[in-house]
Design a protein around this ligand. Sequence first.
Ligand code: ZN
Length: 338
Amino acid sequence: MRKAATVMLIIFIFTILKANACTILIYHKVGDNRTPSTNVSIERFKEQMQYLIENNYRIMPLKELVNLIEKRKNLPKKCVVITFDDGYRSVFKNAFPIIKRYKIPATVFLPTEAIEKHYPDYLTMKQIKIMQQYNIDFQSHSYSHPHFTNPPKGLTKEKYKAWIKNDLKKSIEFFEKYLGYKPYAFAIPYGDYNKTVIESAKELGFKAILTQDATALNKNTPLWLLPRQPILGKYWSTMKHFKEILNETYLDVKKRIPDIGDTAQPSIIGGIVNGIDRYKPNSFKVYCSQYGWIKANTKGNLVFIKAPKLTKRVQRVGIMALKKNGKVAKTLWMIVVE
Ligand SMILES: [Zn+2]
């Protein structure tokens, strides 16, 4: 009996440690040179889709990835999900012909006010309905695309939550009214979140919540904090960057220090890492937006730096390390220093 338990434990540890990574890509505009910082050229977009196909990446619908993570099933070895934020018209004009031709599934996150009020740069309902026929799925990117951690001044805690929920509810209503279903996934505008934003989205029934924390993920990543890699602008749309991020993997953490969202000035930054032996011992670094990557200390499973004074209110923090096979493993999250 004890032997069986030991074998089960070994299998359990093995499956946790053997977690394949998957990368969710975010695009915004495609072939729209008016705003280079959020754009990728048509040629580059096509080159990237061809690269994924030629190198045998499994390009899966977001829904399939969410189902696998929900059931804690292993992810395919080379796995990518394509998403577009904001529902720009250039996606229909310039990206859709390519993904249609290669039969690539994708999810578009709509800030529904822009669609409902027919803003000129955004998809029309007719375009949305056409794309739906080709494995393109539409989910929520809020109603008015606000900075959720920067609400109108003077709101109490309850009123703050009501303010977030009111916006998300209007977005859900749009989907029910015009598309006939309730969205299950929510991409946070600007990737700007704290605990209240996550809680509000969960309470309204969103099963998958997507950030812009630029890392890969694996089956242990929480569904309410799915990181994505932005592909845009001068540097982040290059093939060099594209290949680099596809090679990265996710760093499993048991505890984030400080945890996501509101925090007082922390004394250390870092986390408790699962399976710390998988990484090269001296390769750990800790990140905060204000100071960049800093070489970290380890103590048992704890990876940390002594926190420098944080004067930027909203910032990203994280941990990275090199795996023994040489791959870069990373995790990032947002904190709000009050
Ligand atoms: Zn957006």
